[in-house]
Design a protein around this ligand. Structure first.
Ligand SMILES: Cc1ncc(C[n+]2csc(CCOP(=O)(O)OP(=O)(O)O)c2C)c(N)n1
Ligand SMILES: [Mg+2]
Length: 622
């Protein structure tokens, strides 16, 4: 009997395959690929472009405006969907492809699935060099697309149409793997996209990929419980894995069962509501005083679904000398960090098993009756103070955030990534529901904010979705704002205008500099440097010129009013918020290692170097 086949081009076959992929988690099935985002060029328009035009099945097409922004949007969509649905992204060759690399890395660092389909040079080589071909003279097998290798969890180049079969199946394996997911790149040479093949019909049958909940081993649970048995001051650090495993409720139950305080990373924030009695708030460089002090005093840290970035560990200075770590993580790579006891498992499964074991052992912490309550109350008062802060020169950033927090609905989603706002939001934002705090802080990639907000809005048609973005990030990449208008998918952009890259300006001045090259000032004719007056940039007019609604606010009252108006708007809306530079939150007993010169003409730099050396002595290396 002859195998049934379907004659399609490689690009047509790829789309037909993608349209038949489903995931299932806890018995709930979901279509995996929602659609394709793309920008066409000669490297994909007649291949994948033709397939999208004529045979995309149920896959939606969204036109990107900048390849980086488009991939950020796709990643944010997947993140907001709990990694259970994606958009694929197609680009041309050369610059179009390379524009996706930064966003590919952002997705991979954050463990978010995105499928990238960059066009590639002709496999047949007949027209070489095709327009935009990188001619690598020493190794002709290398093309621009090889730049995706280090930022991809899976990379493949389809130089014959039948290679698609194994590549597509491997791509799906990685995209749906809870531990190993990230960017998956299938490089598609222009000629091969258009080449036909008799694909087996079974390749296009519906496939359901089960996202397994990896259970912990009996032995590792017992060892973790034994380690915890003698510990009196445990602290839980909740990371993004809590959200991806839908383990927020399990986490609350676990913490409550034993009275263990919880601190949240950027990715873990909103796992517990802000006013949960055991939620001590943010941990690390951008942490709260309550969480950072408890971390210093902890005898054991229970890390759940965290990568332990330097921002979480305050460059490994957040903890006391004798602390031990129990690391519950679905990724063995992460559970091995900080010399911890490795409890490699799904967060929900691991928490359930550990809770059972600790209950059987009648585990108790040594925290005093009122201790946790008082520390939390002290921090809440500090947030209240910063939310109410009045400033002689105008609106303080922390006050603006207070107004926004009080005015937004509890179900609204805030999206942010870089600048001073992630630190302020981590410390101050009061989230009431899981997944309403969408922070990209694995790569902290400027440009994610507006693109990501558009992607999150695609995933959340029934909620308000807000970009919280600095003027610097806005200037760097705002192109998908136009796509949000095109798709009639409203986003609200809260643009904080503080005249520059102010978090870096702060960082610089905190390490011996007088300030250099970070503010949006004119070049001064006298000094020859960028220390003239601030540049007046009308962000509201800029957004309006693209078709958005726009408001301006420079007082708390104007901001509240603008937010209420913006809520009523049906199209993408920007609020330009003028804040006083440098009115972001300070650090709370934390340290971030930034390397200061060993020799300098400046006494301030030399003093900063000595301080750094002192801090390094106190930090752990392991
Ligand atoms: C793509 C990218 N380039 C550079 C940086 C380094 N960086 C981090 S924050 C920042 C300045 C951000 O300025 P703005 O968005 O205005 O925020 P502010 O700090 O003023 O609140 C820079 C340059 C980065 N994170 N991402
Ligand atoms: Mg700024």
């Amino acid at each position: 009997m002859r195998m049934k086949t379907v004659r399609l081009t490689m690009a047509q076959a790829l789309l037909r395959f993608l349209d038949e992929q489903y995931v299932s988690m806890d018995g709930v099935e979901m279509k995996f690929v929602k659609g394709v985002m793309g920008i066409f060029g000669h490297g994909n328009v007649t291949g994948l472009g033709e397939a999208l035009e004529r045979s995309a099945g149920s896959l939606a097409f969204i036109q990107g405006k900048n390849e980086q922004g488009m991939v950020h949007a796709a990643a944010a969509f997947a993140k907001q969907k709990g990694r259970r649905q994606i958009y694929a992204c197609t680009s041309s060759i050369g610059p179009g492809a390379l524009n996706m690399v930064t966003a590919a890395a952002t997705a991979t660092v954050n463990r978010i699935p995105v499928l990238l389909l960059p066009g590639d040079n002709f496999a047949c080589r007949q027209p070489d060099p095709v327009l935009q071909q990188l001619e690598v003279q020493a190794d002709y097998t290398v093309s621009a697309v090889d730049a995706f290798r280090p930022v991809s969890r899976y990379f493949d180049r389809i130089v014959r149409p039948e290679q698609l079969i194994s590549a597509a199946i491997q791509a799906m394996r990685v995209l749906t793997d809870p531990a190993d997911t990230g960017a998956v790149t299938l490089a598609l040479p222009q000629d091969v996209q258009a080449e036909a093949y008799d694909y087996p019909a079974s390749f296009f049958e519906k496939r359901v990929h089960v996202i397994d909940r990896r259970p912990p081993s009996r032995e590792s649970v017992q060892r973790a419980a034994a380690l915890l048995a003698g510990k009196k001051r445990p602290l839980i650090i909740a990371g993004g894995g809590v959200h991806y495993a839908d383990a927020a409720r399990q986490l609350a139950g676990f913490a409550e069962a034993f009275g263990i305080p919880v601190a949240e990373t950027q990715a873990g924030k909103s796992a517990l509501p802000w006013n949960h009695p055991l939620n001590m708030g943010a941990i690390g460089v951008t942490g709260s005083l309550a969480a950072n002090r408890l971390a210093q005093e902890a005898d054991v840290i229970i890390g759940i679904g965290t990568r332990y970035s330097d921002f979480t560990t305050s460059s490994k200075s957040a903890f006391g000398d004798d602390v031990q770590f129990v690391n519950l993580n679905v990724s063995g790579f992460d559970s091995a960090k900080l010399n911890g006891l490795q409890l490699t498992a799904d967060a929900r499964e691991g928490l359930a098993a550990l809770q059972e074991e600790l209950s059987a052992n009648q585990y108790r912490t040594g925290y005093g009756e009122a201790e946790i309550r008082e520390r939390k109350a002290e921090w809440d008062r500090e947030v209240d103070r910063l939310y109410a802060l009045e400033h002689a020169d105008g609106l303080a950033q922390t006050r603006a955030l207070g107004v926004i927090n009080e005015t937004l609905l509890p179900s609204d989603v805030v999206v942010c990534a870089a600048g001073s706002l992630p630190g302020d939001l981590h410390r101050l934002w009061r989230s009431s529901e899981p997944r309403t705090y969408h922070m990209e802080y694995g790569f902290s990639c400027m440009g994610y904010e507006i693109s990501g907000t558009f992607g999150a809005a695609l995933a959340e048609p029934d909620r308000g979705v807000y970009a919280v973005v600095g003027d610097g990030s806005y200037l760097m990449l705002h192109s998908e704002l136009v796509t949000s208008l095109q798709e009639r998918r409203k986003i609200t952009v809260l643009l904080f205008d503080n005249h520059g890259f102010q978090c870096i300006h702060n960082l610089q001045r905190g390490h011996g500099s007088d300030g250099f090259g970070n503010e949006f000032r004119y070049r001064d004719a006298g000094t020859g440097r960028l220390d003239g007056g601030f540049m007046p940039i009308d962000f509201a007019a800029h957004a309006q010129s693209m078709g958005a609604m726009a408001y301006k606010a420079s007082t708390a009252e104007e901001l509240r009013e603008a937010l209420l108006q913006a809520r009523e708007e049906t199209v993408t809306t920007l609020i330009e918020i003028k804040v006083v530079p440098g009115t972001n939150t300070p650090g709370y007993e934390s340290w971030w290692r930034v390397e200061v010169p060993e020799v300098s003409e400046s006494d301030k730099v030399n003093a900063s170097r000595r301080e750094m050396a002192e801090q390094i002595r106190k930090a752990r290396v392991l």
